[in-house]
Design a protein. Sequence first.
Length: 350
Amino acid sequence: MRALQLVKWKSEPEIVEVDRPTAGPGQVVVRIGGAGACHSDLHLMHEFEEGAMPWSTPFTLGHENAGWVHQLGDGVTHLTVGQAVAVYGPWGCGNCARCQLGVETYCDDVASAPVPGGGGGLGLDGGMAEYMLVPAARLLLPLPDGLDPVHAAPLADAGLTPYHAVRRSAAKLGPTSTAVVIGVGGLGHLGVQVLKATTAARVIAVDTRPEALALAEALGADLCVQAGPDAAEAVRAFTGGIGVDLVCDFVGAQATMELGIQVARHLADVTVVGLGGGEVPWNFFTVPYEVSMQTTYWGSRPELAEVLELGARGLLRPKITTVGLDEAVDAYRAMAEGRIEGRVVVVPGS
């Protein structure tokens, strides 16, 4: 079969011929219906040198995936061939305390994981091929009725990651609260939807692109703010000068992290999800009192089940552009140039 692989570090991916996978004991082969193209893939292609990650090339890209069960390995009894499923992306050891809770993103025994700190599309073969091998049946979640694999695929990361970032601050997001989403891209446009679907907080969206702000407005954002020198003042004015209770920074650049600190109120959470490489000084005098600053990485298996249910109800609906495998490299280039609205989903069989 054909697969879109990262053949070597610091290069664009290539379409290559590879063997179709077969399921060993406890494993499952999934026929891919959709594989999301993530901005973090660009970091893999262009920023990492050989030895920077605990993985080796080549491997097939695509770490947010959904499709249908194609083949069951011995011992897998709770799935059926033809069943629609989403793939939980981070693959831990499956046995440590955190993996037992479904938080495989933060596995305590990465040396026993299929690949240290990664998964399919992140060190092992992912979903940008017709078939994908999943090493353990626990990593597959049945799709609820009403949710197809093309729309489910981006929910496995672009939906799950903002969901986790928002839900960890749920106690701070009541009817009198305000949250700001910085960066209304592949994750951020779903972050707006998560906030509207699961909290009573007012939502502010910040972006440099007018089309991204128009999308945020269409998704229910209460205020859309053009990024720039006046953004902090506009956000604070909307909150009566108090500031916001949650900052979700889906960019993580210097300017966006500085904006997050400028608009946070006392006791706020400032959560940096984007990999933009920014830094801000942190000491007793540089942030409001009791502001918590944190990064997050992906989310848990139980949270993915909740995200899929929200998707099936139409409360989380990724804005997608579908492409075939032959168009995927061009789609990544368009993403790097900021020309993609929402999420690209690669449909290998199209």
